[in-house]
Design a protein around this ligand. Structure first.
Ligand SMILES: *Cc1c(COP(=O)(O)O)cnc(C)c1O
Length: 394
């Protein structure tokens, strides 16, 4: 049986898979099982931040796993401690980290910290968490309930209590009550449609929550790891959250989730844990990814690349203004609103046929999440293919 047949027979059908199998890559280039080449504007949904088959990351992983891959969090783990240092220093916040394996697990950790904080600090038990409509926070029972999309709440109940959804940041104030322990937001909603929040509104929210003793959790699973131009989008927005979560791009392809917080003494030994979280394999990779991206940012290359990439997105929008109604996003997390969902589907399919991979977000947003290290040649080639793809359908 080939991969497709094996998958159909043995893997649960939770994904509507596209009929393509990638077998290798290099930076923003991909090759499929039939030898066809593509430019990757998806980076595995923002994961492969430093490009496919990154030699430095691969060397860091192989040199680590030739010594030890896993022990357990019962013992000291050097690359875990170093990864935490690199992450905290890059953030500029006075925080500590906990390591898990995914974005959802990072958000679970954030929710546990906020709830324990609310339980030990309030006169009454504070447990409610306000999230936003169109948000996305994960697929576990708790994080799917934290996700402000009703369509994801079919079937799996009863859910944990205490999640409240605000239409937007402005509406949060009216939903705060004595039982609210935290507000959790994405600064740029990724899955919801590459929708950035307004900077003033976010800063206003931060002030409001501080004055009410309610925690601010920023879900940076997609926006983190330099995706928006700074290590955290929270830095771009000029705020100091109480809790930040990371995953996707911070591992460059290894599964890792991080919850970091300035509330260093809320959780004590035994309150939380993870068997795999922060093991040698994934934190050795994360240390190298952090070093690569820090150098990339400090050299000015990241900023140059962001400008270059966004110019091409703007050109595409101008050229096909009858299809694209608006450009959205920040940095290397950008998108184009498409006039209707049907056209978007056609563009994504035609793009793949023409050798460039792009994503959908929300109902009608064409989403770009290229590797941050994408080269000018790869950008040019990708947009040439995308132009060809769009002109072939319009
Ligand atoms: C992808 C994503 C998650 C979920 O991450 P997983 O690793 O799939 O659990 C959570 N929040 C945001 C903002 C995301 O983009």
């Amino acid at each position: 049986m080939n991969t497709k047949e094996l998958d159909k027979k043995y893997v649960l059908p939770t994904y509507a898979r596209a009929d393509v199998e990638f077998v290798s890559g290099e930076n923003a280039r991909l090759r499929d099982s039939e030898g066809k080449e593509y430019i990757d504007f998806t980076s595995g949904i923002g994961v492969v931040s430093v490009g496919h088959a990154n030699k430095r990351v691969n060397n860091a992983i192989s040199s680590q796993i030739s010594k030890i891959t896993h022990i357990s969090n019962l013992y000291n783990i050097a690359p875990q401690a170093k990864a935490a240092q690199k992450i905290v220093e890059a953030s500029g916040y006075d925080m500590q980290c906990f390591f898990g394996n995914s974005g959802a697990e990072a958000n679970e950790g954030a929710i546990k910290i906020a709830r324990k904080f609310g339980e030990i600090n309030g006169v009454v038990k504070k447990y409610k968490i306000i999230t936003l409509q169109h948000s996305f926070h994960g697929r576990t029972i708790t994080t799917v309930k934290a996700t402000g999309q009703e369509s994801m709440h079919n079937y799996f109940g009863p859910f944990p209590d205490g999640f409240v959804y605000a239409e937007n940041i402005e509406q949060v104030e009216s939903l705060l009550d004595d039982h609210t322990c935290a507000v959790m937001i994405e600064l740029v909603q990724g899955e919801g449609g590459v929708q950035p929040q307004d900077k003033q509104a976010v800063q206003g929210l931060e002030k409001l929550l501080k004055s009410r003793g309610v925690l601010l959790i920023v879900d940076e699973v997609q926006t983190g790891a330099y995706r928006t131009g700074a290590f955290l989008a929270s830095q771009v927005y000029g705020i100091s959250p109480d809790i930040v979560t990371l995953a996707k791009g911070v591992g460059g392809g290894v599964p890792i989730g991080v919850v970091m917080t300035s509330l260093k003494d809320v959780l004590s030994a035994g309150d939380h844990g993870s068997t795999f979280g922060g093991n040698y394999l994934c934190t050795a990779a994360t240390c190298e990814v952090m070093d690569i991206l820090k150098e990339y940012k400090e050299s000015g290359e990241l900023e140059k690349n962001i400008i270059l990439f966004n110019k091409e997105v703007e050109k595409l929008q101008a050229k096909y203004s009858e299809i694209f109604t608006q450009k959205v996003g920040i940095g290397m997390m950008c998108g184009l609103r498409v006039k209707d969902a049907d056209t978007l589907g056609k563009i994504i399919l035609s793009a793949r046929e023409n050798g460039v991979m792009v994503l959908k977000a929300g109902r009608n947003t064409l989403r770009f999440l290229p590797p941050l290290t994408i080269t000018k040649e790869e950008i040019d080639e990708g947009f040439t293919s995308l132009n060809r793809a769009i002109s072939s359908i319009s």
